[in-house]
Design a protein around this ligand. Structure first.
Ligand SMILES: [Mg+2]
Length: 419
């Protein structure tokens, strides 16, 4: 069985830990510079307050409903997340942290239902008692089913074990657009073919899904049938985060290999960030050994950035610093990834009113350098201008490509010889 643990309305719950008087009151959390709403408590969601909405347009309404408004405090959220994950790790040794407020838990195949229920109950109560954060937990035969179970658990008091006998009934009432990995676009396409529930989707034929959608969507279908096939690498990125990672052909065991890998991921995550015209306030790195082998372990470190970042070399440095804190030499890491969180629009961040002139000039220089890099990369390809920290290797150098044909047309060494 696989579990998904999720902290309920995480940012708002973190604020409530130190303000118990806010119990039952709507809470919203704003982006840096208090520009827009980035998180809401359940009460605020019920009032129709949307994520991403500009604060100034909603200020009067928020006042009228007696909502409490907070500027985002990522240092607090990351610290509480670390505490929650540490407690979970004590109960379940096989853990894959998925985002700042979610983790997948792996249980033994033969674990009995009663044992799982007991474990879930003590895990949830310990997290809430020690950190003040309410969590929900769903269990299913695959990650996708665990996600479905977690969603359903919100109606069941925070815990739901989706047994195979219950799957049909629960999938019938699960809208297809709420499935993990099925975005709005795919759901619209499926809807146009009359498929609106997860059960209708599960009953589709493999060839049809492969023909009209993607292979990863086919994996989602298999997962709904109880086959666990979505590895950390295939998992869709968490909402509100940018992920760049890879599962390597041969395990990475040394610090220098890991520095290069993290630099590469950070660089490509920074490029995606630039594409979205956003900045990030949180960065986390994860290094996993093979989940299907013994002694599975994940090294994970989340860092709070002292200010929002967008400049790729700054992001690369932060990723390497985070990695060095938790790297354990000799462990056969195969999956490595960098996540950027606390995302928000880059514009509107003029910097601190009181920052020095020197700082302002250096920020402006970084901004212009980033733009120049993007220009070079868009004209000459992703590898045209890269950070030296990456070891000048591309993602492809790490992948399984034993059957690759020579680069006949682009590499001197591979040009066919006719003598
Ligand atoms: Mg959550």
């Amino acid at each position: 069985m696989i579990g998904l643990i999720d902290c309920n309305s995480f940012y708002a719950s973190c604020e409530r830990v130190f303000r118990p008087d806010l119990k039952g009151r709507p809470i919203v959390v704003l982006s840096n510079n208090d520009g827009c709403i980035v998180a809401q408590s359940a009460e605020a969601k019920r009032m129709g307050i949307a994520r991403g909405a500009p604060y100034h347009q909603n200020r009067e309404f928020l006042e009228s409903v007696n909502a409490e408004v907070f500027s985002s405090n990522y240092a607090l959220y990351q610290d509480i997340s670390n505490r929650v994950m540490d407690i979970v790790r004590r109960h379940v040794p096989r853990l894959e942290i998925y985002s700042i407020d979610e983790a997948f838990l792996f249980f033994e195949e033969d674990q009995k239902r009663e044992g799982l229920e007991r474990l879930a109950a003590s895990l949830r109560s310990e997290v809430e008692r020690c950190t003040g954060i309410p969590v929900s937990l769903g269990l299913g035969r695959s990650k996708t089913l665990a996600k479905v179970a977690e969603r359903h658990s919100k109606r069941e008091g925070g815990f739901f074990l989706l047994s195979p006998e219950k799957e049909e009934e629960i999938l019938r009432e699960t809208p297809v657009h709420s499935l993990w990995g099925i975005g709005r676009r795919k759901a619209d396409f499926l809807g146009s073919r009359g498929i609106t529930t997860a059960l209708e989707f599960r009953n589709l034929e493999d060839w049809w899904v492969k023909k009209h959608l993607t292979v990863v969507t086919l994996y989602t279908l298999w997962e709904l049938r109880g086959r666990s096939v979505i590895s950390a690498e295939l998992a869709p990125p968490p909402r509100k985060e940018i992920v760049s990672g890879i599962t390597a052909r041969t395990p990475l065991t040394t610090l220098s290999q890991m520095r290069q890998a993290m630099a590469r991921h950070a660089q490509s995550a920074a490029a995606k960030l630039a594409g979205e015209k956003a900045v990030c306030s949180l960065i986390s790195v994860s290094m996993n050994t093979n989940r299907f082998k013994e002694n599975y372990s994940q090294s994970y470190k989340g860092l709070v950035l002292s200010r929002p970042l967008a400049y790729p070399p700054d992001i690369i440095k932060a990723a390497i610093d985070a990695m060095e804190e938790v790297f354990r030499p000799g462990l056969p890491y195969i999956r490595t990834a960098v996540n950027l969180g606390g995302l928000e629009p880059a514009d509107g961040l003029e910097g601190d009113l009181f920052c020095s002139e020197e700082f302002r000039v250096s920020e402006e220089r970084k901004r212009r350098l980033s733009l120049a890099q993007q220009e070079v990369v868009s004209r000459f390809g992703r590898m045209a201008l890269v950070s030296g920290a990456t070891g000048m290797k591309s993602k492809a150098d790490l992948m399984n490509r034993d059957y690759l044909s020579p680069r006949y047309t682009t590499c001197w060494e591979d040009i066919p010889s006719c003598l």
